[in-house]
Design a protein around this ligand. Sequence first.
Ligand code: ADP
Ligand code: MG
Length: 531
Amino acid sequence: MSEIVGHVAQAEYPDSIYIVRKPESDLLLGDILKIRDRITKREYLVRVYNAYHGLTSISERLASLATKVPKVASTIKSEHFYDVYVASPLCIIEHDAEAVKAFPAKTLPTQLSPVCIPEVHDFGFLKDLEGFDLPLGLLRTRTTGGERNISICLKGEFIPRHIGVYAITGKGKTNVVLILLLSLLKSEGNYSALVFDAHNEYYFGSVKLRGLREVEEKFEGRVKRYDLKEKYAPKISPHNVAPGLLRYIMELSEAQYEACLAYYRKGGENWILNILSETNAIQRGEISVPTITGVRPNTLFALARKLDLVLDGVVVYRQKAENDLVKAVLEDLDKKCVVIINLQDLSDIQEKIVTNILSESLLDERRALQNRDPSELGRKPIVLVVLEEALSVLSQSILRKGDNVFAHIVREGRKFRVGLLPVVQIPRRLDEDVASQINTNIILGTAQQADRAFIAESAQQDLATLTNEMKMLDVGEALVSFPAEVPFPLPVKIFHFNEYAEKISETSSITPARKEVKTSKTEVDVAPPSL
Ligand SMILES: Nc1ncnc2c1ncn2[C@@H]1O[C@H](COP(=O)(O)OP(=O)(O)O)[C@@H](O)[C@H]1O
Ligand SMILES: [Mg+2]
């Protein structure tokens, strides 16, 4: 057993274990400590979440209690009670010959049990978690075997239960998403990602943070980037825009929406082009009224003006697609690609068109497959949809006005192997139903108590005692709460993308796909395996 740093002074259910430290030892807020019960020999992992220094009512109470227990009084002096640390139980660990197992802590440790810094192997239960295949960082806790050597991963199969990333600017949100994308690319699992890149940084990087361009060579064309403003970039065909979708993109009056539905029923996917050509025909005097009875000319004119905004020639073609973005992206997603859509420089409405139509088309395709061939759906890659600035579509105030495709992904994504990763700066503005459906929470530094309370409230694991720790998170430091299997929320130091990418570029090991491609001897000779 490693060096003793303190003793249990008292324990109160459910989550207050008062610890007095040995005078020469250091205890820190957020420390995970091990208590070995002096009677039952059970081993507890606990997390320090509060401290009282000086002569407080708690220290006085504990000191006076201690005098009544002779054994305590002889071991701990009353001045030791000036520094009282409060910890919550995380789990009970059991070592057997092969492994370490963790169980919920349903008992509390006996008074005066010794407290120490855990050893690396006390966290062995994290290594045995099955299917946790997407490295994120290292466990951020002190161990006697050195810090930061226990790798923490997310479970790819849990992506459709959604992953929330919360922090104020500059705390490492983009970095953690990049790490996750790189882990998806590296993994042998069946994953792809659709990234709505609000600041044009995921591919090219920014001043201090590199982008996926750095590693794309390693992944055989699996990193794709679309910039709709580039000259020959594929765009959206007007045929991809259905009336329901138009309502997510812009406000329509009831009469206008009714007209959309009527033209859709009549002309199918040509409905937008039909409305526009009919409006032209009326204006030129070729016909006098709309061909659909009940639709008033003024309604049609107003609708045509709105549709003109949609068919802007930049993100949506004015005619049927020559080079269809939706088709290209869906094909990429089937091929385990990370698809980055640059949204920078797009107007609000253009951004809405692109994000809504691509996401809805993905859901539509999978919905259709579920009806036609569920087993085929099971073979499709799990898609992670990354949404920067997620509050613009998932805040309470937005969803109060009506549903949208991102709320659908949150609710139904699991059925279709699609998961959402909303990046959120002010968590308290997030819709509560949406937040409660997000099963994995990556909490980086948050600014306000109300935000921390909101996250703690909606998470599946108990985060109540972690709100103080959330306040002190430095850049790249996270608390990660999991949907299941991991016994408690973990403190993690997220890998830095620049270093992770460099390591990947340096490795001479190549992906299986690359190995297959390199068949000719000459090619191997000219191109070194380091790429
Ligand atoms: N895990 C980390 N380790 C070290 N530096 C980091 C880490 N995460 C982010 N950084 C650095 O912090 C800065 C801000 O990161 P970024 O991901 O852009 O923050 P955000 O998206 O929250 O504004 C960048 O310079 C980045 O290199
Ligand atoms: Mg960012």
